[in-house]
Design a protein around this ligand. Structure first.
Ligand code: HEC
Length: 435
């Protein structure tokens, strides 16, 4: 198409759109309510969608977005949708599942593997069928699914195994599957509205809660908890639901605009959430470590103290510590005196390195290229308490070997590692495992 034919086509489309729209129709104001913070992608993408819908309906629909429980907690906005006092909402799977149970299936622990698995579910006929089941029953309309992240447990103690949660008062969303999994580990489930969780933790009404890291960050739960345990037990989603009183009045064309734009917003928010869990790890780590108790490296297992001490010395002398800096001094913390200006175990320098082909997985961070990485903090490696590593560490030897790939800055350090005697190598591994 030449520039001119394209312009003509555009002009024609414009005229047709104007004819279809007819005389300027009255403006309709809609309310989109949710319980998330204005800094979160759910909100920023909702604002984008509101703008886009206004544009694409020639100003007919003006959507105002009300964040942070301004129009009520999640129960209340769900009720509001029925009463017609709110028009669109984001809501968790579990709320929708109170109306149509089968939709709740992804709220069960360890059902979805990872983000790709989640996307496959979002785009599946299964999800479309389940959403329709809800639509038929409630008459409201599910238009999109947004990724909410993996849920992790926070507490004031270390949790290494399910039994460690016995007797713990855990705040969970008031939904059957959450109550079930809490019960299955012997904890007592304490349902508390999302907006009241911080206070409940601070006042000791509950011992812990579980949410994705960006939420823990946004809601500052790390200020009132000492541990974050990367359980990743649930891949959580939000639904965008349009109230029956609105959906029922939209023309087929308007429905198309709403569905397209809201799906696109959901997809953008999902990618942003997924990207933030990859790229902000180090940023989060930097902040969290001012508040959280450090994992205590083991001194006697495995291999025993002598072997671990020797491994620690080798870690320095071989050159690993050039990148995986063992410690840093925290900044002043106004909340946790004990962690103010203190030396914290770190095992990362938080800098970006060229890692060569074998460690490259093309996840770029900030201005970094696909073959560049920040040093993985090895903090709490063996204890899986914190930090988010990318899973390579199931085989420590392989992870170390991968440092020696073509183009990697750490090749010579890897060569040093290869020159160690087998028992020295074992000492170094024992040291890593003690972290
Ligand atoms: C030139 C910098 C550099 C040096 C030297 C270095 N590393 Fe690394 N290391 C990195 C980077 C960067 C990563 C992260 C790669 C990634 O995220 O894929 C990493 C990752 C690791 C991991 C995997 C961590 C995880 O959670 O997946 C281990 C284990 C590790 N290094 C151990 C060592 C040991 C042991 C040595 C010394 C023999 C060493 N490193 C030397 C930069 C370095």
């Amino acid at each position: 198409m030449s520039v001119w034919t394209r312009r003509l086509a555009l002009a024609a489309a414009f005229i047709i759109a104007a004819l279809v729209a007819g005389p300027a129709s009255a403006q309709t104001k809609l309310k989109w309510a949710h319980v998330y913070e204005i800094s979160e992608p759910y909100h920023t993408q909702a604002l984008w969608a509101a703008d886009e819908i206004k544009k694409r309906t020639n100003g007919k629909y003006e959507i105002q977005v009300f964040p942070a429980s301004q129009l009520g907690n999640e129960n209340q906005i769900n009720e509001g949708l029925g009463l017609g006092t709110v028009d669109l909402i984001y809501t968790g799977i579990n709320f929708v599942a109170t109306t149509y149970k089968p939709l709740g299936i992804t709220g069960a622990p360890f059902i979805l593997r990872d983000f790709d698995h989640w996307k496959a579910y979002r785009d599946s006929k299964l999800f479309a069928d389940l959403a329709k089941g809800y639509d038929d029953k409630s008459k409201h309309k599910i238009v999109a699914l947004t990724y909410y992240g993996q849920r992790h447990v926070t507490a004031n103690k270390m949790i290494m195994k399910p039994e460690d949660m016995k007797g713990m008062k855990l705040r969970v969303p008031p939904a059957p599957l959450f109550l079930m999994f809490t019960k299955s580990v012997g904890a007592s489930a304490t349902p508390i509205a999302f907006s009241e969780v911080y206070l409940a933790l601070q006042q000791g009404l509950v011992d812990g809660q579980e949410n994705p890291l960006p939420t823990i960050m946004a809601k500052k739960f790390y200020e009132v908890q000492s541990h974050i345990i990367l359980t990743g037990h649930i891949m959580e989603s939000l639904l965008t639901v349009v109230g029956n009183h609105v959906w029922g009045k939209l023309t087929p064309d308007e429905r198309k605009v709403f569905a397209e734009v809201l799906k696109q917003a959901a997809s953008r928010a999902s990618d942003a959430i997924e990207a933030s869990t990859v790229t902000s790890d180090v940023g989060l780590f930097n902040i969290f470590m001012h508040y959280l108790d450090q994992p205590k490296p083991s001194t006697d297992s495995p291999g025993g103290k002598a072997s671990i001490d020797n491994g620690r010395a080798l870690f320095n002398s071989v050159g690993c510590a050039v990148c995986h800096t063992p410690s840093m001094t925290t900044q002043a913390s106004r909340l946790t005196a004990g962690l103010s200006n203190t030396i914290a175990n770190l095992f990362s320098d938080l800098e970006i390195h060229h890692m060569g082909v074998r460690l490259a997985d093309n996840v770029s961070q900030g201005g970094a290229g696909g073959d560049q990485f920040r040093t993985s903090p090895l903090w709490g490696l063996g204890q899986r308490i914190f930090f988010l590593h990318d899973g390579r560490t199931t085989d420590l030897l392989k992870a170390i070997e991968a440092h020696g790939s073509r183009g990697s800055e750490s090749s010579h350090v890897e060569e040093n590692f290869d020159l160690l005697t087998p028992s020295q190598r074992q000492d170094l591994l024992n040291f890593l495992r003690s972290l």
